[in-house]
Structure formats: C-alpha cells, structure tokens
Design a protein. Structure first.
Length: 195
C-alpha cells in the first residue's frame, strides 16, 4: 500500500431536492367544505354572533386545507369578511379550526396607501412654514440689532431707556422722580434695617 498516492475524492455540490410548486386545488376538500358549522363555531369563540353575517363560501387553500368566509356585520368594517381556516389529517373525517380572522374584500373600505412623510406636505402647509420661518428670522435680526437704533430718530435718551427697560425698572424710576408730597400720601413701610 502506497501512502503517497492518496487521492481525495472530488466533492460534488449538494443540490437541494427540487420541491414541487404548491398548487391550489380547484375544488375544496369535501369533508372540510361540509364543515360550515365547525367554522362558525370557531368564529363564535372570538366574535359575538351578531357580527357574523351570511355564509359566503368555501375556498380551497391546499390539500386538506379550506377557508370558509362569512359576511362581517361589524361596525366600521363594511365589505369585510370573517374567515375560518379548517384542516384535517389524511384519511381523517374531523375538521380542525386552524385560524380565524377578518379579511377585506373588493368592496371594503380601506385606509389610503401609505405616503412618505416628505410627500405628505401640502402646498399651503409649506407656505405657512415659510412664513413662520421668515417671522422667526426677522425676530432674531431685531434682537441682534444695536440697542441705540432709535438714536437717529430724535427721541431723547431717557425715552429710549424707558422703551428698552422692563416694567420693574420703569416703576422704580417713576418712584424716584415723584415729588415728596406724593410719596407722603402712601403708607410708609418700615423695615428692620431702618430702626
């Protein structure tokens, strides 16, 4: 036996087995199609009886899998349909409820298709936003302007100070300028420091 003459077998790629495409049967399973009361009972576990309307039909989904549809009498869901999907095991005669729910039909009222935020802005909203931006810019420019902007207007410096002073400053200045007679008419407050 020669150990130098080792050959490695070539690896062949593993190809997954080709799957058959699922096809929908043209006719529903006879046992499942006859199980209308089982489908209604499955819906009654989650929906009040008054909201389940007329029976619409049985629709095959796959082998031994059928969906029963009922008209929905739910407020706000005009045109919608309740569904109950039933299945059975091979050679079995008992239908099992797999899933229940509410589906839209062709006549249903649906929400409008989603629109990106950037496209949702209407022209009038854009105009209002531009006006607000212009006002904010004008406000920031006036705050950045020098304090003596009225210097060339002929207003006296005291008037300019009053226009720029806050209400507390104006009240203190008025008290300082008031004659003593006016101050004597007001009740005198005494603080601990005065004594």
């Amino acid at each position: 036996m020669n150990t130098n003459d080792t050959t490695i077998p070539e690896e062949q790629p593993n190809k997954p087995a080709a799957r058959k495409a699922l096809r929908r049967p043209s006719k529903p399973d006879a046992v499942l199609a006859a199980a209308v009361e089982s489908a209604r009972a499955g819906l009654l576990e989650v929906v009040p009886e008054a909201q389940i309307g007329d029976y619409i039909g049985a629709f095959p989904e796959a082998d031994r899998l059928v969906t029963h549809r009922f008209q929905a009498n739910r407020p706000g869901y005009g045109g919608w349909q309740w569904f109950a999907t039933l299945a059975r095991v091979p050679r079995g005669k008992v239908a099992t409820v797999c899933e229940v729910g509410l589906l839209p039909s062709e006549d249903s009222v649906l929400a409008p298709e989603w629109v990106p935020w950037s496209e949702r802005i209407r022209p009038e909203e854009a105009a209002a936003e531009a006006a607000e931006a212009a006002e904010a810019e004008a406000g920031s420019q006036s705050a950045d302007a020098p304090k003596n902007e009225n210097a060339g207007s002929g207003a006296e410096p005291a008037q300019q100070d009053e226009e720029q002073a806050g209400p507390e400053d104006v009240a203190a200045q008025a008290d300082a300028e008031a004659p003593d007679a006016e101050r004597d008419g007001a009740p005198k407050t005494v603080s601990m420091e005065d004594e």
